[in-house]
Design a protein around this ligand. Structure first.
Ligand code: AMP
Ligand code: GLY
Length: 424
């Protein structure tokens, strides 16, 4: 099969690496890809948020058998619907299901209606009403812009003053653009966080191995929120009892809720969960693979990823056995100095002799005058497996020392958190 993968980050490099190992896959195209992806796929320079242009390209190409839509924007814009309407096979939720990520107001309402555990909340489209609520609500409080905001539309407000400024910035000053026209004001929850991703065809839901993200820019979870500075798998506190609770109270009810709403979800459903004193609660849904979670999940997948994608599109996931390796996996993100705020691009990247069992996924890289250079905030993900997280973590940091570019920075504490929490 010839497969087109939409996207250009480390997550897509991991997806394409897994697909390239499938005996079913002949040639891979990546729209738009990056310098690392270019070693496995032919790059296609079309704006993938222009869903009509993507549909036309696939029509004209004529030999694309399957398209994998990975990023949130084209899913929310209806790229899967567009491709299907032109008679092409595409992996990912349709627009009416991708809304589970694209609108926090929708997902909160869904959870309330179907009794899926989540933080208590109120939704506001009127600034005065939001302000009045925030003047008296419990503090800390969490403000969330309704729409997609690159993972940055969430403000954790430790004081009332911060919350009042936040509401004003979101609703009156459009700090997150239109995403902030509607704001969800949410109860502050505490506890360790886990990313539980699952494959689903709308009839069956099969969880992947768990992972944990490090969203803040600096060590000890300080600094600004980012797209993710590193991940590790599995979550040390997540045992069989947790898996059962999450499956019964969150995953299955969500799949049925989407069906009941006439929005069957097919693709990867990502449950961002917090383990609170009252059990697991949903912090967010994503309608796709996480980044950089995928970089620690797919290296552990033993089953053919293409086989899983096809089974989901054809609604026969129940017949596929999904197998995972034992052990652990760690991904360290090497970022451009200044990220997630402004940073410079075009810095040359050099590699020393990396161990043969290290994988480097490219995120923001490009080729310029024959040299590999930085082209984004998150540049590379250095990934290693090990018998446990500590072993994988050690390997990652030893090898990351051999990679250089001007103003490179990374967190020093990826994979350390949560190790003292009892596994249940
Ligand atoms: P989100 O984009 O919704 O995943 O939020 C980003 C991060 O903000 C999450 O990973 C949490 O660490 C934090 N967060 C979001 N909602 C809450 C909440 N209700 N209580 C505490 N922390 C939260
Ligand atoms: N790592 C979080 C996300 O992909 O949204």
């Amino acid at each position: 099969m010839n497969v087109l993968v939409i996207g250009n980050g480390g997550r897509e490099h991991a997806v394409i690496t897994a697909l390239s190992k499938s005996p079913k896959v002949n040639k891979i195209y990546a729209m738009k890809g990056n310098a690392g992806i270019a070693e496995l796929a032919e790059l296609v320079n079309v704006d993938y948020c222009d869903v009509k242009a993507v549909g036309e390209w696939v029509d004209q190409k004529g030999d694309i058998d399957f398209t994998v839509v990975t990023p949130d924007d084209p899913l929310a814009l209806g790229l899967v619907d567009e491709l299907e309407s032109r008679g092409h096979k595409a992996f990912g939720p349709r627009k009416n299901a991708a809304i589970i990520e694209a609108s926090k107001a929708f997902s909160k309402e869904l959870m309330k209606k179907y009794g899926i555990p989540t933080a208590k909340y109120e939704t506001f489209s009127d600034y005065e009403a939001a302000k009045a609520y925030v003047e008296t609500c419990d503090i800390p409080v969490v403000l969330k812009a309704d729409g997609l905001a690159l993972g940055k539309g969430v403000l954790i407000c430790k004081t009332r003053e911060e919350a009042l400024v936040g509401v004003k910035e979101m609703m009156l000053e459009a700090k997150f653009g239109n995403a902030g026209n509607t704001v969800v004001v949410e109860e502050f929850l505490e506890g360790p966080e886990v990313s539980c991703l699952a494959f689903t065809d709308g009839k069956t839901i099969k969880p992947m191995i768990t992972s944990c993200d490090h969203k803040r820019a600096l060590d000890n979870d300080e600094g600004l929120n980012t797209g993710g500075m590193g991940t590790f798998s599995p979550a040390p506190f997540f045992g069989e009892k947790s898996a059962k609770e999450v499956m019964e109270k969150i995953m299955v009810p969500t799949m049925y809720a989407m069906n009941s709403e006439g929005r069957p979800f097919k693709g990867v459903l990502y449950f961002g969960l917090m383990k609170t004193k009252d059990g697991y609660k949903v912090i967010e849904y994503n309608s796709r693979f996480g980044d950089p979670e995928t970089q620690v999940i797919l290296p552990m997948l033993k089953t053919d990823l293409m086989e899983i994608f096809e089974a989901i599109v054809e609604e026969r996931l129940d017949g596929v056995d999904i197998e995972w390796e034992d052990g652990a996996c760690v991904c360290l993100v090497l970022a451009s100095g200044g990220y997630p705020e402004s940073y410079e691009k075009g810095k040359e990247i050099t590699f020393g002799n990396l161990d043969s069992d290290i994988t480097v996924y490219h995120a923001g890289t490009a080729m310029k005058d024959g040299k590999l250079v930085t082209s984004g905030g998150r540049v590379l993900g250095v990934v290693a497996k090990g018998k446990d997280i500590e072993a994988a973590r050690k390997k990652v940091y030893e090898n990351a020392k051999k990679i250089h570019f001007d103003k490179m920075y990374c967190r020093k504490d990826i994979g350390i958190k949560y190790k003292d929490i009892t596994k249940v």
